[in-house]
Write a protein that binds this ligand. Sequence first.
Ligand SMILES: NC(=O)c1ccc[n+]([C@@H]2O[C@H](COP(=O)([O-])OP(=O)(O)OC[C@H]3O[C@@H](n4cnc5c(N)ncnc54)[C@H](OP(=O)(O)O)[C@@H]3O)[C@@H](O)[C@H]2O)c1
Length: 319
Amino acid sequence: MHKVPVGVLGASGYAGRELCELIVRHPRLELAWATANDQCGTTVRAAGRDVTFIATGDAPLGAAVLVFSALPHGTSQPWVVRARESGALVVDLSADLRPGNGTHGIPYGLTELNRAAVSNAPLVANPGCYATSILTAIAPLFHAGLVPADATVVVNSASGVTGAGNSPKRELLFAEVAADFRAYALGNAHRHLKEMRATFESWGTTADLVFTPHLLPVARGILSTIVVPLERPLDDAIAPWRGAYANEPFVELSSHAPALRDVVHRNVVRISAAPIVGTRRPMLLVTSAIDNLMKGAAGQAVQNANLMLSLDETMGLAA
Ligand SMILES: NC(=O)c1ccc[n+]([C@@H]2O[C@H](COP(=O)([O-])OP(=O)(O)OC[C@H]3O[C@@H](n4cnc5c(N)ncnc54)[C@H](OP(=O)(O)O)[C@@H]3O)[C@@H](O)[C@H]2O)c1
């Protein structure tokens, strides 16, 4: 069967390596080329195939029908422009083109929420990993009008270390991270707040968001616990999700709090919801778990690429 040639910019990074694995396994995609910067010339195994990284400047952009950019923020945007000028469709995994970053009209690839805009789009801004774990988990409550306009949504998320990329950083050394647990970007300083606030705006809500990320000493996975004030108590806490995500292959509802081991290496968001007792105002505790490199990056990017290429959305992404 005819395979679609695709290229990966930044293929030697954590997200890029995951993309290479998914593409080599994908029944209708073919890895045409893969780039690196420092690791240019290195050969790695991806799903049983040797992949040798070429320099980004040597990438034959026009030889790919679709290009994934897994380059760092700031570096990505000029390459996205070049890839588009060469005629390729593009999924950009960086933050450069996401909502809230001064760009407009580029579909935001939270697939379950923006499927119509992503389908057949020439360019998609793939969401941040934290943003995916949070926005997918709470969207049904906002869409059902259950969250007061003056609500403050409080989110604590813990991410595995691959979330920070693979360029060397002292604070990510094994001895710094192992057997420890800490918060960072305190006081709403994390980059993903921009895309989350812009998404709140698109939902027509003025609710506040307080987001505190934490660094968890595991390789991969994000667990978010989210406190959402409600207009009224719910008899059946999970009902809003059951309706919103019926027949979604990559959203799982759980009767108990999900854990990372439920989701690592899988392209899913797993969600639970429980009423919070002992508060004056009704509130829900929503818990969501994802693999930051799959549903939080490469898996969702392939899900979006499938739609852009009019392929089955689930192709190459067996849950
Ligand atoms: N990690 C995650 O969980 C995650 C989740 C969602 C989105 N993202 C986004 O996806 C992108 C990649 O993230 P990552 O974690 O995979 O990062 P990473 O591990 O640091 O990888 C970055 C990639 O870009 C290449 N690169 C770096 N500087 C470059 C330059 N100046 N010119 C050309 N290539 C350059 C690197 O090549 P060398 O390896 O040769 O240096 C590597 O292939 C980022 O924009 C990130 O925000 C990451």
